[in-house]
Design a protein around this ligand. Sequence first.
Ligand code: ZN
Length: 565
Amino acid sequence: MTFESFPYTRPDMPVLTQHFEQHLAGFQNAADAVAQSRQFTLLNEVRDEFSTMYNLCHIRHTSNTKDPFYEQENNYFDEQLPSFEALNNRFFRALLTSPFREALQQKFGNQLFTLAELSLKTFQPSILEDLQQENALSTEYNKIKAQAIIPFDGEAHNLSRLFAIEQSDDRSVRQRATLAKWDFYAEKAPEMERIFQDMVQLRHRMAVELGFRNFVEVGYARMRRSDYTPNMVANFRRQVRELIVPLATELYERQRRRLGLGKLKIYDEEYKFSTGNPKPIGTAEEVVAKAAQMYHELSPETDQFFQKMQQTRLMDLVNRDGKLPGGYCTYLGKFGAPFIFSNFNGTSGDIDVLTHEVGHAFQVWSSSHFPFEEYHWPTSDAAEIHSMSMEFFTWPWMQLFFGADTEKYHFMQLAGAIQFLPYGVAVDEFQHIVYENPDMTPAERNAAWRTLEQIYLPHRDYDGIQYLESGGFWQKQGHIFNSPFYYIDYALAQICAFQFWTKDRHDHEGAWQDYLRLCKAGGSQSFLGLVQLAGLRSPFDDGCVESVIGEIRRFLDSVDDTKFG
Ligand code: ZN
């Protein structure tokens, strides 16, 4: 069976609720832990059906946002998800109060119970309507971006295609394409600011209703964080500010010199070399065929996995009109199938997808032995370790995609990872400010963002683009709208992935075994538990950021980047 033939049927909520309640009652009335486990298995079938159909709908909707059928189905899920969450929470409550809890904990591990507790913190039936509205607002924001039509040089472009033009060798083309993009955002700003204003109000109201002072704690619980706090995250951001911002700034300065520019402007940032950024060789089909060779050679596990992805057609990679921009990986539990979504546009980003999203997909495939969905994925802080580390484990094969430009690509990727970190923590700090001060006006929020840019991105030069000078840049960052507090996870995971990069260079076999162990553990432990299991150092440890950066800096300093042009 291939992806196209996976049957979609809308979950009938009254029927599903009836089945759920039947097994929930069975669970509550069970005479012992064995009988409870059996009811849990039956409940998981119901849950799996719903989640699989939700994800299937999500894939088909995002791959063509103009398809009226899946748009309608997507709206249906926006409405039904909170009710489904309500059912799950009734189960979690039953699980936590089970008289056989100890035996169940022995069997399933503690993490399921931690997750159940966190889930209860984020939900009460009284916020159901607010949650529905929150989903609808996310959909509204995504649609603005997915359906963007931006006129440029007599043609209409979507955001993904325009991004490729923004990397043009011709500086005036880059400049004009960048202006066209931000004109689009500036035009949509009132709408986006209204959506975000509504989101912040809604989220704050829900937090108060749930018994919290503001949304921050709810945001952390939604991210299922059990072993670190906002203070620890603030301390991590401080380390990034002190140790990484200077290195990132140096890297922008090296870029400016390479490009022979008087000043590096916003429209030059993505253009890394005067000889152009490395581009993957060959058509999309050829690129995928090379990826198959790479995963064949990397390990038997990745070989088997990637063959399945190809045979079952579990990748939709190429950009089309009406397709949601960006990339993601999801999982269809009922079919045991990961799915990768992206928008190939002929840039090196296409290869990033084939390593990053494949890292996610490989992890969930490796964890599919767990009998319930809570353990299929880890929390996203840990999940991004799998994806970002896969980007590094595949370094020896980049020759296949970039030929003579391989070293250039490696340099760009590593430098890019360093340059990402200050932005990543700025996005996180912004969200702390926003949700700690829910009464801010849109203009105050923009001003707060602009201040953070001056701290974390001191190199940045907007060349007088008014919308950006007044703090609008954050509005393009979908996570800020759709996934509050998600963003720091990329930064935390990056520090972990850097450790794999270092390890892999000294001891490939050892590093790979650590990685496989991490992939197979799925979500069965908390973030710091998984970090330890993988033999990594916690990014919160004082001195961790410093020790990780040392080897990266030595590598970057050892490369004579002027030869790349
Ligand atoms: Zn990812």
